[in-house]
Design a protein around this ligand. Structure first.
Ligand SMILES: [Zn+2]
Length: 113
């Protein structure tokens, strides 16, 4: 038996792309991990974005930290990088109405050369 892991980065968005992905995953009966930003394509403290984030969680997909607003980390200090990862949890956790410990703890670091 072969296994594949699906991941989606940079969401949620406010224009339906994340919802379309969720629709396809639901139709296929599979789960994916969503590496989300707190404020990238939309702000997770706003209603439409919060609803999409809540849907990701409600449908059983793991959610992981992909920085607050998706900066190029190679332009930041170590302290700024730490803040990027620590600050996303508060807004995302609040939007999902889950405790922070329920968030999958992973970080994909975005460096550009
Ligand atoms: Zn990304």
């Amino acid at each position: 038996m072969q296994t594949a892991a699906l991941t989606f980065d940079d969401g949620p968005d406010g224009d339906g792309h994340t919802d379309a992905v969720l629709d396809a995953l639901k139709a296929a009966g599979v789960k994916a991990t969503f590496f989300v930003n707190a404020n990238n394509y939309c702000d997770v403290t706003t209603a439409p974005c919060k609803a999409t984030l809540a849907r990701i969680s409600a449908e059983g997909h793991p959610v992981a930290d992909h920085t607050y607003d998706h900066p190029h980390l190679d332009t930041l200090t170590n302290a700024q990088i730490a803040t990027e990862f620590s600050s996303v949890d508060a807004d995302v956790g609040q939007a999902m109405t889950v405790s922070l410990s329920d968030l999958t703890c992973c970080a994909i670091v975005h460096f550009q050369t």
